[in-house]
Design a protein. Structure first.
Length: 353
């Protein structure tokens, strides 16, 4: 690993131009390399909100909830002997019943190989968190466990229940108590209080709720679950996500090697799958770009968020946007993630050029 003298102009100019071209109203880039940070902002808070984005701007993290939240809680549960990754999840969740479900394990669900369908409109089919959870439990498997990778929010909702069962605590208070408060991540939380909404980037003009969402979770099924689920619901700033990433890197490199390395290693449960446990790993054409190391891991979020960590280089790349404002029908952000990852690598490291 050879660091070069850092001139961020190529990276920041690209991000400026992507936002100016309409990929998102605004964005925050956070980079940490060996504990040294860059935070760069561009654009405005929303399509109809001209306030400039700041480094403290809070975004709806969408599916980053799966790794920053649920996967971290699962890692603790395994370390503490509360959760066995390889026993039937029914041991912790008897309500998860149906044909073939006796073969579904936490490992398979974390790797999106548990056989669950990707999604169903729980927000329309139920009127409460308990009702949505019951429907998720009752949903038949799409395929035999361990035979197919299907990125499944329903499977993560099942895992949410299992963790809440073994800890006897709802996921939001569990994570606040065990992760966000101890690490000093004040912006990362479910259900931001109303008085904090001025600093939160808006998401979609939501047809279901009939309003532009600001400080309310964008994901409809998470909203039906009172804003608290393992698949979506977290909000946070780039600064606090860098704090989380640096903690993960410290764990990978020595602090908690058995847990962090086990959860971030590609599982190879289904041929061709890039999934680790909760986390994803780099794959051709993916959001990690072409240059991160084979040990890298990360995830993306539907609202326009991403987090990639390369522990070999002690590098974290956080990219937050609200590309769904005012509408989710905006595909231009997809290419931005991988381009930024590549530009960060060539900016920082001679051997990536």
């Amino acid at each position: 690993m050879t660091l070069v003298k850092t001139d961020w102009h190529t990276v920041t100019s690209y991000l400026d131009s992507a936002v100016a071209a309409g990929a998102a109203p605004g964005a925050v880039l956070g980079v940490s390399v060996a504990g040294t940070r860059l935070l760069y902002t561009t654009g405005q808070l929303g399509a109809d909100d001209p306030q400039p984005v700041e480094s403290s701007t809070v975004y709806d993290l969408a599916s980053l909830t799966k790794v920053v939240g649920l996967t971290t809680a699962a890692m603790f549960a395994v370390e503490e002997g509360r959760l066995d990754l390889d026993v039937p999840i029914q041991r912790y969740l008897p309500a998860f019943a149906g044909t073939g479900k006796e073969h579904v394990t936490a490992r398979l669900l974390l790797a999106h190989a548990g056989g669950m369908p990707a999604w169903r409109p729980l927000h329309l089919e139920s009127g409460s968190r308990a009702g949505a959870i019951q429907l998720a439990d009752e949903t038949p498997l799409k395929s035999a466990p361990g035979t197919e990778e299907v990125y499944s929010d329903l499977g993560v909702i099942v895992l949410t229940q299992a963790l809440e069962s073994v800890y006897r605590e709802r996921l939001d208070s569990l994570l606040q108590r065990r992760v966000f408060r101890p690490l000093g991540m004040p912006s990362v939380r479910f259900l931001p209080p109303h008085e904090d909404r001025a600093g939160i980037a808006p998401t979609e003009l939501d047809p279901w709720r009939g309003r532009v969402l600001k400080g309310e979770v964008h994901d409809e099924n998470a909203a039906r679950m009172d804003g608290v689920s393992g698949h979506a619901g977290l909000f946070g700033s780039a600064r606090d996500l860098l704090t989380f990433a640096e903690w993960v890197i410290d764990g990978w490199t020595g602090g908690r090697p058995s847990a962090v390395r086990a959860f971030t290693r590609r599982q190879n449960l289904v041929p061709g799958s890039s999934r680790a446990l909760g986390w994803d790993t780099p794959s051709p054409g993916g959001s990690a770009g072409r240059m991160l190391s084979p040990n890298a891991f990360g995830h993306t979020g539907f609202t326009g968020t991403s987090l990639w960590i390369d522990p070999d280089r002690r590098l974290a790349i956080v990219l937050l946007s609200n590309r769904v404002n005012p509408t989710r029908d905006n595909p231009r952000w997809i290419a931005v993630r991988s381009a930024i990852a590549n530009l960060v690598m060539t900016t920082l490291f001679e051997d990536a050029r």
